[in-house]
Design a protein around this ligand. Sequence first.
Ligand SMILES: [Fe+2]
Length: 445
Amino acid sequence: LKLLLVEDDIDIREILKSMLEDIGSFDVYCAVNAPEALALLEKEKDWSCVISDFRFEGGGAPVVYKRIIELNYKIPFGLISTYGPESNEVFKNFKKDHPLNFHLPKPFTFTDLKANVEKFINPVASSKPETHVRLSPQLLLRSKPPFAIYIALSDSKFVSILKANEFDAQTIQNYQNKGVQSFYLLNEDFDRWLKQQFLENIQKFESLSDETFFFDAVEQIQVAMVHFGVTPETITMAHHLVEESLKRFDNYSKLNDLIQKLQISSSYVQQHGFLCSYLSVAMARDWDDRFTDEELKRLVMASLFKDIAFVDDPALAAIYRLSDPAFANLTSADKHRVQIHMQDAAHLLESIPEFDAMTKELVLAHHECADGSGFPRGENIITLSDLTILFMLANRFAHDLIIYQGKMNEVTSVVQNYVLDYDGTKYHDVYLRFTKTFHQLKGLV
Ligand SMILES: [Fe+2]
């Protein structure tokens, strides 16, 4: 990643440069005045970002910013200065020119700078192949994977703190005490480990007489997926997409609170979010080459965040239809909240660049039903895309699995009714995919 830093004060320049190098694997190019900055901008290509002071020789940040617009470089611009973008006409569309443009008033902290810079390095980082997979300390301490454990120094630098087969809880706790919250496995180790876990868990399940699944931990969702007929490859992919999505959204400070609550509670909101991610990714991935990786990401994002307005009220999130008895018993204020929670979610997420029109459509439609009985629109579903219909069905299936607490004989009879609602031409297609993906589910038509 190539970054241009324009700052005339040598001390500040050096500090900023080392901070930036710490945040990401940047090649930091420095300029001390406007002519130097313009020369570099034109000579070198593929810039990822410009970070600039406001006042320096040759016209300051306005001159540099104007040139970036003229050159049509679609890169974020960070203004680090007491003066804000309102100080000059050239910045009049500052937020519109690039959604990740930011102004950081001096004095600023490393955390401030990091929060702003990570917003634009993460999409780039996630587009290159990930070498390591993040695990929470809780998961690590509970499952003690027999592989080398790493910590991250930056987005691309990892050091091993424990060797394979030498797991030691004390070492992990020591790092935690020093503030390290993320630990990593090599990608290939992680995949091996996940498969191993599947096998062990499945053996445990085989010994149970009745088939009942629980959904209060991701591992249990994964086991259920295997039983439904989903391949380990698809489950691993869904897992990666969920982790990536949560990691990416961690950076949006406005949502931090909500997302943290979402991750620590094992409420309906969380269970449904994870389940729906796995179910929708499994169906979409099974559909030949019908959907792109980007579309799979949208499914996961919509799954996780569709009920974010209800993080504190999981009981309201669990109301799937307006005809549910639980809805009739609500106060009129809560009824209203249920009816508009999808718009509330869209509103909360709208400032996030990844939350695009497609994701919004998925969120808005998550309580729609193939027979037109859903809300808020209840409209003729012929106008919806296959991806949206698939998402609606995944939502419904996730809901039924949780409501019937994974008791498969009860779920089976409910699932048999899906075909009735999906017996129109277009929905029938999606329903057929559903039966194909979850072919191990008993009682499917
Ligand atoms: Fe919902």
